[in-house]
Design a protein around this ligand. Sequence first.
Ligand code: GTP
Ligand code: MG
Length: 218
Amino acid sequence: MIIKKAVFKQSASSIFGCPKHTLPEFAFIGRSNVGKSSLINMLCNNNKLAKTSATPGKTQLINHFTINDNWFLVDLPGYGFAKTSKDIRTKIETIIYDYCKKRETLVCLFMLIDSRLPLQQIDKDFMLWCGENQIPFSIIYTKTDKNSKSELTKNIKSFEKELLKLWEELPNCFYSSAEKKVGRDEILDFIHHHLKQVNFDLKKEVPKADEPQEESEL
Ligand code: GTP
Ligand code: MG
């Protein structure tokens, strides 16, 4: 699939502020700093679309981007950012859990995992929560440019071994580097395949340029 058009639609501090349910959407979730916003920019070939930062905790709202006028990419706040107040952490967790559980137009959740690390408890807990709540997800290993090929293979093997202790089979997995633009075609093809299966009337919504935007952190 080719992304011809990627436009920021709106930011929301809860599921209630999200765009009306008209388009299918694909969301990116994972620990703070894992590379969600960078990956969205890489997929859309626009480094200015989603705000990124070397400091964790950058994305704190639900950000919708309209792609090719007919689906949404969603940048979610990261979980597990220790250096923030308990209040903010709880608020962010509520945003994430509510969104994942209640957003009816969510087609697929991409769970981003730092390819340099073994399975982290917080990621494991989140995956188990998705399983309990029947929320399908795919995995994207990020920052693969920071590993040698042999390290990467070793890490992923041990990670998958841990996953297979939880499930009988592995979810769909992708390998990415926002830095080196790795994984773009595979992820976009996967989205394209899912879009074809979703029974939406894509012609219904053509976003109007002058639609009011709600909150914005961009
Ligand atoms: P929060 O919004 O805080 O949850 O973070 P995030 O998951 O959106 O991460 P973000 O995209 O802001 O990236 C965090 C840092 O990792 C930034 O300094 C990025 O430049 C860097 N980064 C992201 N992806 C990659 C990658 O594929 N390779 C390398 N080398 N660095 C990356
Ligand atoms: Mg972010």
